[in-house]
Design a protein around this ligand. Structure first.
Ligand SMILES: Cc1cc2nc3c(=O)[nH]c(=O)nc-3n(C[C@H](O)[C@H](O)[C@H](O)COP(=O)(O)O)c2cc1C
Ligand SMILES: Nc1ncnc2c1ncn2[C@@H]1O[C@H](COP(=O)(O)OP(=O)(O)OP(=O)(O)O)[C@@H](O)[C@H]1O
Ligand SMILES: [Mg+2]
Length: 502
C-alpha cells in the first residue's frame, strides 16, 4: 500500500509516530464499528485530504490483520459525506469530486447545513461514527478528544478525530512525503480554506504586493498562523494590564502586583531550601512590583492548578518555577493548563528547541515535555537562552533550578521587556531600616499610629534574635516620604532612640 510504504520508508520519525497513532485510532474505530456504521466527512481541504489517505492506509492495515487486503487504489468502502455549499471555492468543489473519482469514494452530497444534514443522514443510515479532519488549534477542536461524542443538541454519533494532534507542519510533511495531490488553492497562498466570503490568501506568504503573488502553503514557517487568511473574529483579552472589571486601568497605578509559586515536594519536606523565591521577591521589588504572596505547592496537578487559579485572578503577574521537565513529577504545565481550563497540546516550535538539546530522542510523542497549555502559551525567545521561557496569559513559567540560572532568566525577561510590553518596569521600591533597643510594648502604639499617618508606605518590624534590638523597615517609592516617616517616628521618642542602619 503506497501510503504505508512511503511513511515507513521516510526518515521523519515524528511523522512516523503521528502516522502510527492516527492509523491506530482508525483501526480501533474500524474494530468498534462495522463498515456500514462509519462515515468520513470530506471537504477537499488539506486536513481532510490527509485523513482520506490515512483512512485508506488504516483500512488496508485493518484488513491485513484479517488477511483480506488487496491494496487496490479504489478499495475504499467507507461512506463519504460532503456538505456542498454555493459559498465554497469552485477549486475545492472540483478537487473533492476529482479525488472521489480517483479513489472510488462513495460520496453522499448533502446540501443542508451541518446539523440538519446530519439529522437527515442519520435517520436514513446506520451511521454511528464519523471521521473528521479536525486538528488542535481549529476553533472547533476545543474540548475534543480522538473519540468525542457529538455535542448535546446534535444527533448522536461518535466524532473520530485521528489527526487531532497533528500540526500544520505534520500535514504538509505527510502530503509532500507521500506525494499526494492537494487542492490547487494551497499553491496560491491559501493556508486554511473556509468559504469564498471569509478566506483570502495568507499575507505571510505574499511575494510581492504589486503582483499579488503568493508562495505555496507548505512554506508557511509558523503553522500557528495558518488561519491568518481567514476573516478575523474578535479576539478575547489576553489578561494582564487590561481594564479590570471595575474599569480601573492598572497602568495608572504606581504599583503592579505579583505572586510567586514554587512547585516542589522537596521544599515542603524540608530537604531543599528555596532560594529562588526570595531572589524573585528582591528582583520584583527592584522593578517596582509588589509581591503579594509566595507559596510552595506539591508536585501535583491539582495543587498547582488550584494555586495558579487563585493567584492569576488576584495579581497582575504570577511567576512559577519548579516541576518543569519530562519527569513524572514535572506537572507544572499540566497544572497551569488545568487552571486555564485548556489542555496540553504538542507545540512544534517548542519541540524544535528540545530537539536541539535532546536530539533524536525527541519524537513528538505524547509523554514528552513538548506539550504546552493549548492556545494560551507564548514562547519568550532570547538569544542567550537555549530554551525559551513560557508565558500563559499572566503566568510566567521559569525553568531555572538554581540561582545562576534564575539570574540569567530574570535578566532575559527584563531585556525582553524593553522590546515588548511583557513586564511594566516601574519606579523601584526603596527601603530604609532603623534599629532600637526600646521594647516591643513601648513602640507598639506609636508605630500603629505612624502606619496610619503614612498609608503609602509599608512599615514592618522584625528582630534577628529574641533578645536583640528591634529593626523597623520602611518601604516605599518616594525617598522623601521615607525620610519624613523616620523623622515622625523619632519625634515620638527621646532623641537617639532610633539609629538608622546602613
Ligand atoms: C460531520 C460533522 C460533525 C459535526 N459535529 C458537531 C458536533 O457534534 N458539535 C458541534 O458543535 N459542531 C459539530 N460540527 C460543526 C463543526 O464543529 C463546526 O461548527 C463547523 O465545522 C464550522 O464550520 P464553519 O466555520 O464553516 O461554520 C460538525 C461538523 C461536521 C461536518
Ligand atoms: N463542507 C464540509 N463537508 C464535509 N466535511 C467537512 C466540511 N467542512 C468541514 N468538514 C470536516 O471538518 C474538518 C475540519 O475542517 P477544516 O476546514 O478545519 O479542515 P480542512 O478543510 O480539511 O483543511 P483547511 O484547514 O485547510 O481548510 C474537515 O477535515 C472535514 O472532516
Ligand atoms: Mg476547511
Amino acid at each position: 500500500m503506497e501510503i504505508d510504504e512511503a511513511i515507513r520508508g521516510c526518515e521523519d520519525r515524528r511523522l512516523q509516530t503521528k502516522y502510527n497513532n492516527a492509523t491506530y485510532v482508525i483501526q480501533r474505530a474500524l474494530s468498534l464499528y462495522s463498515i456500514e456504521e462509519v462515515a468520513f466527512s470530506f471537504n477537499g481541504g488539506k486536513d481532510s485530504t490527509v485523513l482520506l489517505h490515512l483512512l485508506r492506509a488504516g483500512y488496508f492495515l485493518h484488513k491485513t490483520g484479517q488477511n483480506s487486503a488487496n491494496g487496490d487504489v479504489k478499495d475504499f468502502p467507507i461512506r463519504t459525506i460532503y456538505f456542498e455549499s454555493p459559498c465554497a471555492f469552485p477549486e475545492i468543489n472540483s478537487f473533492t469530486y476529482d479525488i472521489a473519482a480517483t479513489y472510488g469514494l462513495q460520496i453522499d452530497t448533502i446540501r443542508l447545513d451541518f446539523k440538519s444534514g446530519l439529522e437527515t443522514l442519520l435517520k436514513d443510515k446506520p451511521i454511528r461514527a464519523i471521521f473528521l479532519g479536525v486538528r488542535i488549534g481549529d476553533p472547533t477542536a476545543v474540548g475534543q478528544e480522538q473519540f468525542s461524542p457529538s455535542s448535546p443538541g446534535w444527533p448522536p454519533f461518535m466524532r473520530v478525530n485521528p489527526i487531532l494532534d497533528w500540526s500544520y507542519r505534520d500535514i504538509w510533511a505527510f502530503l509532500l512525503t507521500c506525494e499526494m495531490k492537494y487542492c490547487s488553492l494551497y499553491d496560491q497562498g491559501y493556508t486554511s480554506i473556509g468559504s469564498i466570503y471569509d478566506t483570502v490568501p495568507n499575507s505571510l506568504l505574499s511575494i510581492s504586493n504589486k503582483t499579488n503573488k503568493f508562495k505555496p502553503a507548505y512554506l508557511l514557517a509558523d503553522g500557528r498562523l495558518e488561519r491568518a487568511g481567514r476573516v478575523k473574529r474578535k479576539s478575547s483579552s489576553g489578561g494582564q494590564l487590561t481594564a479590570d472589571s471595575n474599569g480601573l486601568d492598572l497602568h495608572k497605578n504606581s504599583t503592579l502586583t505579583a505572586s510567586i509559586i514554587a512547585v516542589g515536594d522537596e521544599i515542603l519536606f524540608g530537604i531543599v531550601e528555596d532560594q529562588l523565591g526570595p531572589y524573585l521577591c528582591r528582583k520584583l521589588h527592584s522593578v517596582g512590583w509588589s509581591v503579594l504572596q509566595h507559596s510552595v505547592v506539591h508536585n501535583n496537578i491539582d495543587s498547582v492548578a488550584e494555586e495558579v487559579e487563585r493567584q492569576k485572578s488576584r495579581t497582575d503577574m504570577v511567576f512559577i518555577y519548579g516541576g518543569v521537565g519530562p519527569l513524572h513529577s514535572d506537572v507544572t504545565l499540566a497544572g497551569i493548563a488545568k487552571a486555564f481550563d485548556v489542555r496540553l497540546a504538542p507545540d512544534e516550535e517548542f519541540e524544535e528547541y528540545l530537539r536541539k538539546i535532546i536530539g533524536d530522542q525527541c519524537i513528538g510523542d505524547r509523554n514528552e515535555m513538548a506539550q504546552l497549555p493549548e492556545g494560551i502559551t507564548e514562547l519568550l525567545h532570547h538569544d542567550s537562552l537555549t530554551v525559551p521561557l513560557m508565558k500563559c496569559q499572566n503566568v510566567i513559567i521559569l525553568s531555572a533550578t538554581d540561582i545562576s540560572e534564575m539570574e540569567k532568566q530574570w535578566d532575559c525577561l527584563i531585556e525582553l521587556t524593553k522590546s515588548s510590553d511583557l513586564l511594566t518596569l516601574l519606579e523601584p521600591f526603596i527601603s530604609k531600616h532603623v534599629t532600637t533597643n526600646l521594647s516591643d510594648v513601648e513602640i507598639a502604639q506609636p508605630l500603629s499610629k505612624l502606619c496610619l499617618e503614612f498609608p503609602d508606605l509599608c512599615i514592618g518590624c522584625y528582630r534577628k534574635a529574641r533578645y536583640g534590638s528591634v529593626i523597623i523597615s520602611f518601604k516605599g517609592k518616594d525617598p522623601a516620604r521615607l525620610e519624613s516617616a523616620i523623622e515622625a517616628l523619632q519625634k515620638k521618642f527621646t532623641s537617639g532612640a532610633f539609629v538608622e542602619m546602613k
